[in-house]
Design a protein around this ligand. Structure first.
Ligand code: SF4
Length: 379
């Protein structure tokens, strides 16, 4: 039986980046302390029928979880260990921003059980970092990386963003060379998206920056795939690359339909079968709900069989090498994908976006680039 993953949302940042529309706000020490208390209470009182107790991944995401003190991270982990049976070899990831961690702080996080760092490098070009409103420099990234290694972190992931305002293909190539030279165990790629209501959307509207160029972003994606493969990374998911055996075990839960339970504001959960639920989005309102009611769930959705089948299909297709086992899919959802989507599959096959090998349906490299068009057919 699948073991569950635990997601902990930490909604604080040092300052707001110009492109970000996540449920985060600026760090306030007093609110952070109350928030950690609310997290611990929510975790300790977590209950629903058939909840799994065996857990093998814990992921602190945000926001900037590294703004919490190691003692606060440790308190949350203690609550998780008190409520769930956490595997001794569990993957425990904490997202960090360069420049927000000290050497003693990293050693304390390791001692608390954090064994993987997901690291918001974004770009190694200081001008691009400044345009994004990031508070760190490329030197901070290199220094933090060295500190992580010195503190014993042997599983580090970099986030990189492609398609930044005024970013050129040559600039992106230099970025990749810098990132790959450090040899993190894992790389996650984000293509810049412009969200309404963000400062970046306004700057583009005012003509200060050009709109993102999708053709250039596609070139950047291709270059990353080529360079990462040549450097020994496996592209196991559309936007994720790992050295052998270093896939993100936590993120694999999202794509394989395993159960995951989210705690904190805006956190989402899935029971591993049909039910999804989500917490209140605002951090202060979340703390108030937990303090007053012990519960902050504001939406619950029960997928029907067709919805669950479609979701499993498009999530499974994200796993490029594994793909979707159509026989297993039929056994689980009573859905014959070949018959139900015959016309779409023929169209995608003709366009070279998918391949079917025996019972396995996969995206091709061209399909990975146009994955949203393929997924749209299933939803
Ligand atoms: S650090 Fe991350 S979560 Fe925080 S504002 Fe920047 S992009 Fe958003």
């Amino acid at each position: 039986m699948d073991r569950a993953g635990i997601y902990i949302h930490v909604p604080f940042c040092r300052s707001r980046c110009s492109y970000c529309d996540f449920a985060t706000g600026t760090f306030e020490a007093a609110l952070a302390e109350r928030y950690v208390g609310a997290l611990a209470r929510e975790i300790e009182s977590f209950e629903f029928e058939d909840a799994r107790t065996d857990v093998d991944t814990v992921y602190f995401g945000g926001g900037t979880p590294s703004l919490l003190t190691p003692a606060q991270v440790s308190r949350v982990l203690e609550a998780v260990r008190g409520r769930f049976r956490v595997d001794a070899a569990a993957e425990v990831t904490l997202e960090m921003n360069p420049g927000t961690v000290t050497a003693p702080g990293l050693r304390a996080l390791r001692a608390a059980g954090v064994n993987r760092a997901s690291f918001g490098a974004q770009t190694f070009d200081d001008r691009e970092l400044k345009r994004l409103g990031r508070t760190h420099t490329a030197d901070d990234t290199r220094r933090t990386f060295d500190r992580l290694r010195a503190a014993g972190f042997d599983n580090i992931s970099f986030d990189l963003i492609a398609g930044l305002p005024r970013q050129t293909l040559a600039g992106w190539e230099r970025n990749l060379e810098e990132a790959l030279a450090l040899r993190p165990e894992h790389l996650s790629l984000y293509l810049l998206e412009v969200h309404e209501g963000t400062p970046l959307a306004e700057q583009i509207r005012q003509g200060r920056y050009p709109s993102p160029d999708p053709d250039l972003a596609a070139e950047m994606y291709r270059l990353l795939v080529e360079r990462a493969r040549a450097a020994g990374y496996e592209q196991y998911e559309i936007s994720n690359f790992g050295l052998p055996g270093r896939e993100s075990r936590h993120n694999l839960k999202y794509w394989t339909g395993a159960p995951f339970y989210g705690f904190g504001n805006s956190a989402h959960s899935f029971d591993g079968r049909r039910a999804r639920w989500a917490n209140e989005r605002d951090a202060r309102a979340y703390v108030k709900l937990i303090e007053e009611k012990g519960d902050a769930v504001v939406s619950l959705e029960e997928l029907d069989e067709r919805g669950a089948s479609a979701e499993a299909l498009f999530l499974g297709l994200r796993l490029l090498s594994k793909g979707v086992d159509l026989a297993a899919h039929r056994a689980r959802f009573h859905s014959d994908v070949r018959a139900d989507y015959a016309a779409d599959l023929a169209r995608f096959d003709e366009a070279g976006l998918i391949e079917i090998e025996g019972d396995v349906l996969r995206l091709t490299p061209a399909g990975a680039l146009l994955s949203n068009e393929v997924f749209a057919a299933f939803v």
